[in-house]
Design a protein around this ligand. Structure first.
Ligand code: SUG
Length: 448
């Protein structure tokens, strides 16, 4: 049976702004309080989805969330009408209003961890929504994420959904951003690679000194158990704590994998040789030949990687077996990175081509091409069971583009966030979106 990797991209929501909310994420911190352009952000994301679809890849779309999250503000004690809640928060606690307005759900690599059916004990595709416990503005995403994923992958014969892990730092889980799957073919059993930043219960593991390690070993292990993965099909590795302290807040900022290939920075992991040997022997047991492409620090520094987002790229398999790397424009702007990429594609190795995309609006908050997509490997039968409303087509691209043009502002500052009218605009837009994507009622304002 045919199988595919389907990339579901997060549609940027109408409140996209630079709130400076993510300590440890260099771009988010350095662009804090700049004015943003939600319309441009959404159109940049849609252009990437369309381009991948036009290249023949399976592409889907994942809806944004209801923001401002008035219910979250009410849980923090703000009261009255919705407009009063927003006005009171703007007056007394602007950072909380900003957090409740974040469009951070666009980075769907953090929405969930997904295990394809070929890896799981019950032969279904498993999803665990990420609790995103490290940052308040992200910790409020998972209830709606679960409802949206449930509406996209509704068929219980093929899809199993798990609630987010307990909402404490010991089980901090950031989803697919710290998870990669290696396989010979998408429909065959593979090796799932979980990368953690620290252990919550075992003090023998080192931890970063400056910035938080968002993913714990215990969270990764819990996800592997929930999904019914075999021990032989799982590898755990620790991220190098010193790169977290240099701004590598997720593993997908320093490594990316696809098929049988891991593309990574020399400084990305601890005990790299042991890890590579384990990946290689476990992939061999399911018929695969592991290949790694290491980028030496002499060619590209960790700082270059963080600034250019070289590794936050999409590594995609083409029908002829070669791979294509989708990188953000910032890679073109970094001389060392661009030179490295020229050498890489000219070397006759597996990564044969690089394509550059302008995702500046998202990049300024630390979200590159890989952050914006959730990968779901599906066989033909499973793909047919996905809600067809969320699969990208030329007409859907046109409808979504027109929808963005109609509903989005082209400038967003703190004054806009404090404007109660924004909530009404966003709800009107999202109500229409759920019809376009045939999701049913998924937002708090639609179900309460
Ligand atoms: O969680 N930025 C996101 C970026 C997530 C990137 N995802 C992956 N690497 N997979 C984060 O830090 C910034 C929001 C703000 O500051 O307005 C933010 O949430």
């Amino acid at each position: 049976m045919k199988s595919y990797e389907v990339n579901f991209d997060g549609l940027v929501g109408p409140t996209h702004n630079y709130g400076g909310l993510s300590y440890g994420n260099v771009a988010s911190q350095s662009n804090s309080q700049q004015s943003s352009n939600p319309k441009e952000a959404a159109l940049q994301g849609l252009a990437k989805m369309k381009a991948l679809m036009d290249m023949g890849f399976q592409q889907g779309v994942l809806a944004p969330q209801e923001r401002p999250d008035v219910a979250a503000l009410r849980r923090l004690g703000f009261a009255g009408s919705d407009a009063q809640v927003i006005q009171q928060a703007a007056k007394e606690a602007m950072p909380l209003l900003v957090a409740s307005c974040s469009a951070s759900s666009m980075w769907v690599a953090n929405a969930a961890t997904v295990s394809p059916s070929a890896d799981t004990a019950d032969g279904r595709v498993h999803f665990t929504a990420a609790n995103l416990n490290c940052k308040y503005h992200r910790s409020i995403e998972h209830p709606t994420t679960s409802r949206v994923l449930g509406a996209m992958f509704a068929d219980q014969q093929h899809f199993a959904h798990h609630a987010a892990l307990p909402a404490v730092a010991q089980f901090g889980d950031e989803g697919a951003a710290n998870h990669t799957r290696f396989c010979r073919a998408y429909g065959e059993a593979g090796v799932e690679f979980f990368v953690f930043g620290r252990s919550a219960f075992d003090t023998r593991y080192p931890a970063p000194q400056k910035y938080p390690a968002r993913q714990t070993l215990e969270a990764s292990q819990a996800v592997a158990r929930l999904h019914g993965l075999r021990e032989e099909g799982v590898v755990y590795a620790q991220q190098n704590p010193s790169v977290i302290d240099q701004g590598v807040f997720h593993n997908d900022v320093i490594a990316v994998g696809n098929g049988e290939v891991l593309f990574y920075h020399e400084d990305a992991f601890l005990e790299t040789d042991r890890m590579l040997a384990e990946l290689s022997s476990k992939l061999a047991k399911v018929g695969g030949t592991f290949q790694s492409v290491c980028v030496p620090r002499s060619a590209v520094t960790v700082d270059d990687a963080v600034r250019s987002y070289l590794f936050n790229s999409q590594l995609l398999s083409r029908p002829d077996g070669s791979m294509l790397l989708i990188v953000p424009q910032e890679c073109h702007g970094n001389e060392r990175v661009w030179q490295y990429l020229q050498g890489l594609t000219g070397s006759g190795g597996v990564i044969g081509e690089v394509k550059v995309f302008d995702l500046k609006q998202s990049m300024q908050n630390g979200g590159g091409p890989a952050c914006l997509r959730l990968r779901v490997a599906l066989n033909e039968t499973e793909l047919a069971a996905v809600n067809p409303g969320v699969i990208m087509t030329a007409p859907l691209y046109d409808s979504l583009t027109q929808w963005v043009e109609r509903h989005y502002r082209d400038r967003m500052t703190e004054n806009d966030l404090a404007d109660p009218q924004l909530l009404l605009e966003c709800r009107a837009a999202l109500d229409e979106l759920t019809q376009i994507l045939k999701l049913g009622a998924v937002y708090p304002f639609q179900i309460n």
